[in-house]
Design a protein around this ligand. Structure first.
Ligand code: GLY
Length: 337
């Protein structure tokens, strides 16, 4: 792998609590648990609240968990403050913003996805239409765009001025052997390759499981590159008898280890969500000698147990949950290799 340097509702009433499995167990073995219904997302405080509050409101008013996870995903997709998802996402190496998204619904084991979608803000909503209004699972590129337009989505420019300027700076400081020059005052290089992404997962009061992953993908990617987010089993997977998992971070590593599928299958075999997330990260480490990227996994099972883990050091909550008792923030665990 190349270094990044280069290039009320209470039907079944719920208690929200962080449960420890035992007073003398280490923090690593603690298992966060909430009672159903519940929604989680792969962000800490700021985005956790922004995403999950309206998503939960949607659940309360509609009693439809698929609508609720979509509402949550749509919040980030339309917010220019986030440069890794939807409008305002960082573009590919040619300066075009292209989006990947997937959606899954436990009942019927249904799924849909879009990849390399341009000029449409709500990629996750298009993925939902692929799931609900076609007999296919994945649409890509210009044809995904045409499908979205046929369903009434507006054509929009997804590249904000802020993201254009960041992209231009990346291009100008990439190499001294091309003809692009940075501004005189700009002496630093912009080597950061953002792989933000968001997963929103939910389990309703009947125990049905739903999930979305949505992203603008790896910043400055080669045009045509598709990450893990729209790949069922990689960036998102769920099983209505087990639970759900989602990935963020370096998509190539998640694809080649079938990360989310692996987590759900390990939960089926009896691992807690926390154990399964850590297991899947260790699997990545088995096929990489040099972990110079981040991958983060979040997972939830049907008991309402939540897991989250990543390679990067943990500086605060990396996952948020909401239920009838309000928000909860989960620090998760760093898997050190
Ligand atoms: N996980 C997002 C991507 O690699 O595209």
């Amino acid at each position: 792998m190349k270094s990044f340097d280069r290039r009320t509702f209470v039907k079944k009433s719920l208690t929200l609590s962080a449960l420890s499995l035992g007073a003398n167990k280490s923090r690593a073995e603690q298992q966060v648990r909430v009672l159903l219904p519940v929604m989680i997302c792969s962000r800490g405080r700021k985005w956790g609240e922004r995403v999950l509050q309206p998503a939960w409101q949607k659940w309360l008013t509609s009693q439809n968990m698929l609508d609720a996870v979509e509402t949550g995903a749509n919040v980030v997709e339309q917010d220019p403050d986030d440069n890794s998802v939807g409008y305002g996402g960082l573009p590919n190496e040619e300066g075009k913003v292209t989006l990947d998204a997937s959606i899954m619904k436990g009942p019927g084991h249904r799924c849909g996805s879009v990849a390399a979608l341009e000029n449409i803000v709500h990629a996750s909503s298009v993925a939902r239409l692929v799931m609900e209004r076609t007999d296919h699972i994945m649409l890509v590129g210009k044809d995904a765009y045409r499908f979205a337009r046929a369903h009434g989505f507006k054509k929009e420019n997804l590249l904000t001025e802020k993201s254009r300027i960041e992209w231009l700076r990346w291009k100008e400081t990439l190499s001294e052997r091309d003809d692009w020059l940075p501004a005189d005052h700009d002496t630093s290089r912009n080597n950061e390759r953002i792989t933000g992404t968001i997963n929103v997962l939910g389990i309703d009061d009947q125990g049905n499981v739903f999930g979305i992953t949505t992203t603008s993908g790896l910043a400055y990617k080669i045009p045509g590159r598709v990450g893990d987010s729209p790949i069922i089993g990689a960036g998102l997977y769920l099983d209505n008898t087990v639970g759900a998992a989602g990935a963020t971070g370096r998509g190539e590593e998640v694809i080649r280890t079938c990360g989310s599928f692996l987590i759900v299958e390990k939960m089926r075999d009896g691992m807690s969500p926390q154990q399964a997330c850590e297991y899947a990260l260790k699997r990545i480490a088995q096929v990489n000698t040099d972990i110079d990227f981040n991958v983060k996994y979040i997972a939830i099972n049907k008991k309402g147990q939540i897991g989250c883990a990543q390679f990067k050091p943990i500086k605060g909550p990396i996952c948020s949950a909401i239920s009838s008792k309000g928000m909860q923030y989960i620090n998760g665990k760093q898997v050190k290799i």
